[in-house]
Ligand binder design. Structure first.
Ligand code: F0G
Length: 330
């Protein structure tokens, strides 16, 4: 018997998910992630900032919320294999949940553009990893075409079960705060997650936060490889969701994004991957009133992208095991 704290997201929110009594739940213990106050960022930005720490999910990103439902339904429907195109996190999550379900996973990644930790995950978890000569957008088009042959079920966020699972993050925020925050800020890549939060808050019917979807000003070339996506698959639905919530898209430079990444790590102790710092970078530009309560969704773990750390932080010094030498440079 699962204790309440280890309950899967599917068990916790079963009545609000498209699950029947017979649906086999494919879970790794996702969801129930921390919502952390950010006192130093709050003081510096003159806002009341909270961080929804989605790097605490089993594979280190928010994708697990959707993948548990997508794989549960794939098993229920008797599907034989899954496929996704990915900048890395969807691939890692699909690989893990497919392994858990006993199904093969095929992942298509833009060649040379996926962070090392994510690639390691997909490989270790036994997915068939193909590096596509082309962009994420081209890999996604290929994945969609492949699924038309009927051999694989697509587990990108175009699979509606993915969004159903991801909407549960909104339920958790409502549980913790007792009401919606004034603003919810999150990275905007393909836009599936923005849609999922809008769905979650709308279904909960407890009021809507303004959604601030933060994208890179250089979508096709950003250093934040997770959101290196030229044309968001959910663009028109995101636009509608933002209109319904009085929200907006904000664009940030890579410099601002990486500065926010450093601040999250060094001021708040949250080591995320670069793309996940986008909402914090976006706050400075969103022109919010003093004291506004904002939840920033921190989507992925920093261990996913060790090369970013290599590029962005000074290397450690090497010293002899001698206290004088150590004290001299400490
Ligand atoms: N943050 C991270 C860490 C991501 O990996 C992604 C998307 C996003 C934000 C953007 O979310 O697409 O729903 O707007 N990653 C996808 C992937 C593209 O393949 O892992 P979105």
């Amino acid at each position: 018997m699962a204790s309440p704290t280890s309950a899967s997201l599917a068990e916790r929110f079963r009545d609000r998910l498209p699950l029947g009594p017979e649906t086999p739940i494919v879970t790794l213990g996702e969801g129930s992630t921390p919502l952390l106050p950010a006192p130093r960022l709050s003081a510096r930005l003159d806002l009341d900032v909270w961080l929804k720490w989605e790097g605490a999910n089993p594979t280190g990103s928010f994708k697990d919320r959707g993948m548990t439902i997508a794989l549960s339904k794939a098993v229920e429907e008797g599907r034989q294999a899954v496929v996704c195109a990915s900048t890395g996190n969807t691939a890692a999550s699909a690989a893990a949940y497919a392994a858990r379900a006993g199904l093969p996973a095929l992942v298509l990644q833009p060649a040379g553009a996926v962070a090392l930790g994510k690639l390691a995950q997909a490989r270790a978890l036994g997915a068939r990893v193909l590096e596509v000569r082309g962009s994420f957008d081209q890999a996604l088009a290929a994945a969609r075409q492949l699924t038309e042959r009927g051999t694989h079920v697509l587990v990108n966020s175009l699979n509606p079960y993915r969004l159903e699972g991801q909407k549960t993050a909104a339920f958790e925020i409502l549980e913790e705060l007792g009401e919606p925050p004034a603003v919810l800020a999150l990275p905007y890549g393909g836009g599936g997650n923005t849609r999922a939060y809008a769905m979650g808050f709308e279904e909960a019917d407890a009021g809507l936060p303004r959604l601030v979807a933060v994208e890179s000003s250089r979508r096709a070339e950003t250093a934040a490889s997770a959101i290196r996506i030229s044309s968001p698959a959910h663009a028109s639905e995101v636009e509608q969701a933002l209109a319904r919530t009085g929200g907006t898209v904000v664009q940030v430079s890579d410099e601002a994004l990486l500065e926010a990444w450093r601040a999250l790590a060094q001021e708040e102790g949250i080591f995320c991957e670069p793309a996940s710092a986008a909402p914090v970078a976006g706050l400075a530009q969103a022109q919010l009133a003093k004291g506004t309560r904002v939840v920033c969704v921190i989507t992925g773990h920093g261990l996913k992208d060790p090369e970013a750390v290599e590029r962005l932080t000074p290397p450690p010094l090497t010293v002899d095991p001698d206290p004088d030498a150590i004290a001299a440079v400490a």
